[in-house]
Design a protein around this ligand. Structure first.
Ligand SMILES: [Zn+2]
Length: 93
């Protein structure tokens, strides 16, 4: 029998446990793809600039800037907490 535990609080959960929920989180750049004009391609300056930036960039940082996804198993109590404040924003005190 596959056992799960809540990734937030550690509560033990069964595979078909009605108290087990899955949280998926995707983070990706809002900007669209790069646009190149004919003159950009002729001069290749913009393209070279992008290539130079990629050559020295940290691969993990590039991945973080483009697309990351996460999947969590959570219990019912943690589901409610997450849904009440998905971004975990602290309220002013
Ligand atoms: Zn939990």
């Amino acid at each position: 029998m596959i056992r799960y535990e809540c990734d937030r609080c550690g509560e033990r959960l069964g595979a078909n446990d009605p108290k087990r929920f899955i949280v998926k989180l995707e983070v990706y750049a809002a900007a669209g793809h790069l646009e190149f004009t004919e003159s950009d391609l002729d001069a290749t300056s913009k393209l070279n600039e992008v290539i130079e930036e990629l050559a020295v960039a940290d691969p993990d940082e590039l991945e973080d800037q483009t697309y990351r996804h996460f999947r969590f198993d959570v219990c019912d109590a943690c589901r409610k907490i997450i849904l009440s404040n998905p971004l975990g924003i602290k309220s002013p005190q």
